[in-house]
Design a protein around this ligand. Structure first.
Ligand code: EPS
Length: 392
């Protein structure tokens, strides 16, 4: 059973986004300013649409904290949707104005979005009922919850980062020795794309400008990594306890992420075994280590002490200005998919969301290993576990 769990609630143009995070130990300091800094990182990036000019995401904690410290109970938080102000008649949780709702009805689904599949599943003839929850706006709540998990990881010496590897056809080359946290050292959070290779940014900007002009959208890839991760999180013994599987599920749940590669996962599929794995070394003082990190810090579903490195493959946003070929729900005649204001690309944001999901998965695995109802107990148990590893 997972030790940590979280849920989010809220619609893109509803009044609020909410997250509820359960299972944290007591005594963890949480600074709302640090959570807001993560929310600002998610909003940043070249190619975002008009919504990011309206919102200035900020967290409000409503439970589980006292004086800036966790109490051990569920942590609840909210983020206001500023854009709700002009949507109240359409998106009020209790009473909507039928005429306003009809004007905003979505009846030609966008290929690639949840519109049609969600409408079929939930029996909704106004596809707005699907899109409002399927919108990537929901990820703001994930980033806030992930920022809290990140504080727990930081308290035990784990750091996380991400960077954009490619946007459309403009791509950084993967090092032969595999990705490590060090590859993210040059990422500048203030740059347009937060790219791993900053020299590619002008070409990325040009690619996005060109797509925007053509009414098109672009996907890309992002590297998400953690360093300082203790060996021994996750397990090899059962399929659902394997940490690579849990990471895959978490990452694939991010809107637009269509594939996940752990370490050099994609590249090693075409290499012989002699070049696909990471030799094991041992040195006094340091213990076990690897000269390469093709496994991305995971072997047999367990962390091996190397950096955890995951690449996310993000599809282009499904909302195109011209509208992709679709069908009108009422007439069943061909009809271009309806255009909703959107982004040309949100690849830089996907990295920040990936960090939040990685923080959640690692924090869960840490607590599963250490147990503990207070941060002091978590630390004590982790120290004992690490000391035992030195005796192996
Ligand atoms: C997003 C908010 C949305 C979009 C985007 C992500 O705002 P709006 O729909 O009001 O323009 O900018 O959503 C999508 C790309 C999507 O596919 O739903 C956000 O806060 O990240």
């Amino acid at each position: 059973m997972p030790r940590l769990r979280f849920l989010t609630a809220g619609e893109s143009h509803g009044p609020l986004l909410t997250a509820l995070l359960e299972g944290l130990p007591a005594g963890l300091r949480v600074d709302p300013a640090r959570v807001d800094a993560e929310l600002a990182r998610r909003q940043h990036g070249y190619g975002r649409g008009g919504r990011m000019k309206i919102e200035k995401d900020s967290v409000r904690f409503t439970g589980g904290l006292r004086g800036g410290e966790t109490l051990g109970g569920p942590v609840s938080l909210t983020i206001e949707n500023r854009d709700h102000a002009v949507w109240t008649a359409v998106m009020d949780p209790i009473a909507v104005d039928p005429e306003a709702a009809a004007r905003r009805r979505l009846s030609s689904p966008r290929p690639g979005h949840a519109d049609l599949a969600g409408g079929l599943k939930y029996g909704r003839r106004d596809l707005r009922d699907v899109l409002e929850r399927a919108s990537a706006r929901e990820t703001a709540a994930r980033v806030a919850a992930g920022a809290v998990c990140r504080e727990l990881l930081r308290a035990v010496g784990v750091e996380l980062a991400s960077g954009v590897l490619s946007v459309g056809p403009v791509a950084a080359a993967e090092p032969q020795e595999g990705w490590t946290f060090a590859a993210l050292a040059r990422v500048d959070d203030a740059s347009p794309f937060r790219a791993v290779d900053r020299s590619l940014e002008p070409a990325m900007v040009a690619a996005v400008d060109e797509a925007a002009k053509a009414g098109d959208t672009l996907g890309g890839t992002v590297l998400v990594a953690a360093t300082g991760v203790p060996a021994g999180l996750g397990s090899h013994v059962s399929w659902d306890r394997k940490l690579d599987g849990r990471l895959g599920q978490a990452m694939l749940s991010i809107p637009s992420v269509k594939a996940v590669s752990i370490g050099s996962g994609l590249a090693v599929a075409s290499l012989p075994g002699s070049r696909a794995h990471d030799p094991i070394e041992w040195t006094a003082g340091r213990g076990f280590s690897r000269p390469t990190n093709r496994a991305g810090g995971l072997e047999g579903g367990i962390t091996n002490g190397e950096d955890v490195a995951v690449t996310l493959f993000v599809k282009p946003i499904a909302t195109l200005r011209a509208g992709l070929p679709s069908v009108d729900l009422d007439t069943k005649e061909p009809h271009r998919a309806q255009y909703e204001r959107s982004d040309v690309t949100a690849v830089p944001a996907a990295g920040v969301i990936g960090e939040a999901m990685l923080a959640f998965v690692l924090a869960d695995a840490l607590l599963e290993k250490t147990g503990g109802d207070s941060l002091a107990e978590v630390r004590r148990n982790l120290a004992a576990f690490l000391a035992a590893q030195e005796e192996l």
